[in-house]
Design a protein around this ligand. Structure first.
Ligand SMILES: Cc1cc2nc3c(=O)[nH]c(=O)nc-3n(C[C@H](O)[C@H](O)[C@H](O)COP(=O)(O)OP(=O)(O)OC[C@H]3O[C@@H](n4cnc5c(N)ncnc54)[C@H](O)[C@@H]3O)c2cc1C
Length: 349
């Protein structure tokens, strides 16, 4: 953002924008927030599509992007040719101003990733309840049941985390502790849920067999869409580095996260062990270790939320995601955890 080369030159009560943007989504919108270099530093500007007299503002859409997915949302490249724009926040405050919006769009990415997981899971369970192979419904095949339960654990944990962060973002203007939690959990949660969604969608797709790979099923579209939330609004590494930045510059964020995880103290030995190690890990982590740290933070937070909610999925989540009773692929739960009740809980028959 700081290397932005678009310029904003004062002109009467407004500014004139000149420059280029390589990604400019939803170009049919009535207004756009644009960062540009003003005389006093990088600023944030509201650029309307139409001016008060009804004429088009001076920007040109050069072409639409040919994207892997996300086809219902146009994205374009744009040239600003002296477009009129009005400041939002002062000159030099551009990054701070846009970050207020970014907190919300990163939450959107989390909610979107959780929703994609939920939809993919529902499609997989539905298919497996109706398709017979080798003499039994797929949902009754022990190995498929293991896969479905594993997907259900992941989906429930994703929804729980996304909604908890949404609550923190809502309460942030009134409650400092929630603001601190929102600041760090938005970055950590965006990293983790958006990282997990493509893998889960791909597993769910395979539950439908060949039907998951044709356009009549919803899975093909979900498969194209799932990676995007991890890329836009700051991609994975950037989120992990942002967690480190929050810990270094705003110590209250780390304290809020540890308090939220610690609220489940004594509810599960696996979480207690992870929580005990976290303060040292938070203090020592550098950039090269940031992904591993953020993964552990997100998993611990998910475990804490599931345990405190009394979810029947909580023990299985802790044993597999925190205590190592799990392989690298989905469907590798210990057999005592692969129980039909967790499938019925995810999608009542
Ligand atoms: C469909 C779509 C629509 C979009 N719409 C908009 C829009 O409307 N407006 C807008 O402003 N932007 C938009 N974007 C841009 C989007 O926000 C960026 O593409 C995204 O934030 C990644 O930035 P980048 O492409 O510049 O990648 P880069 O910054 O080049 O990053 C490439 C890779 O390097 C990693 N990386 C970067 N820095 C570091 C580091 N210090 N250490 C380790 N790894 C690092 C990143 O995580 C990433 O994996 C859109 C993108 C897409 C795909």
């Amino acid at each position: 953002m700081r290397a932005n080369a678009t310029t904003a030159t004062p002109d009467g009560d407004a500014y004139r924008l000149v420059g280029h943007k390589w990604f400019f989504s939803a170009p049919m919108s009535d207004g756009f927030l644009v960062l540009a270099q003003a005389p006093g530093g990088l600023g944030c500007f509201l650029m309307p599509r139409l001016l008060d007299d009804g004429t088009k503002n001076a920007f040109r859409l050069q072409r639409l992007k040919d994207k892997v997915g996300d086809w219902s949302n146009a994205s374009s490249e744009v040239e600003f040719c002296g477009a009129r724009a009005w400041p939002v926040g002062g000159e030099g405050r551009g990054v701070a101003t846009i970050l207020e919006m970014v907190m919300l769009t990163r939450l959107d990415c989390m909610l979107g990733a959780a929703a994609q997981m939920r939809m993919a899971l529902a499609q997989a369970i539905h298919h497996c309840r109706h398709r017979s192979a080798f003499g039994r419904l797929l949902v009754d095949q022990p190995l498929m049941r293991n896969v479905l339960v594993d997907l259900a654990l992941e989906s429930e944990a994703a929804t729980t985390l996304a909604l908890r962060v949404a609550r923190a973002v809502d309460a942030a203007p009134r409650e400092p502790a929630e603001a601190a939690l929102a600041r760090i959990a938005t970055a950590a949660g965006k990293y983790w849920l958006c990282r997990r969604a493509p893998a889960l969608v791909n597993e769910a797709q395979e539950c439908l067999g060949g039907n998951g790979y044709v356009e009549e099923s919803m899975l093909a579209r979900l498969y194209r869409q799932a990676p995007l939330n991890s890329i836009w609004e700051g991609s994975g590494n950037v989120q992990c580095l942002d967690v480190l930045r929050a810990l270094a510059k705003e110590p209250a964020t780390g304290a809020a996260l540890l308090a939220e995880i610690g609220a489940a103290r004594d509810l599960h030995p696996a979480l207690d062990r992870v929580a005990d190690a976290l303060p040292d890990q938070l203090a020592q982590a550098g950039p090269a270790a940031a992904r591993h740290l953020v993964e552990r933070l997100a998993l611990a937070l998910q475990a804490s939320l599931l345990l405190r909610a009394g979810s029947p999925a909580a023990d299985a989540f802790c044993r597999t995601r925190l205590a190592g009773e799990h392989g690298l692929a989905m469907g590798t739960l210990p057999v005592d955890l692969a129980v039909p009740a967790l499938i019925d809980r995810a999608l009542p028959a």
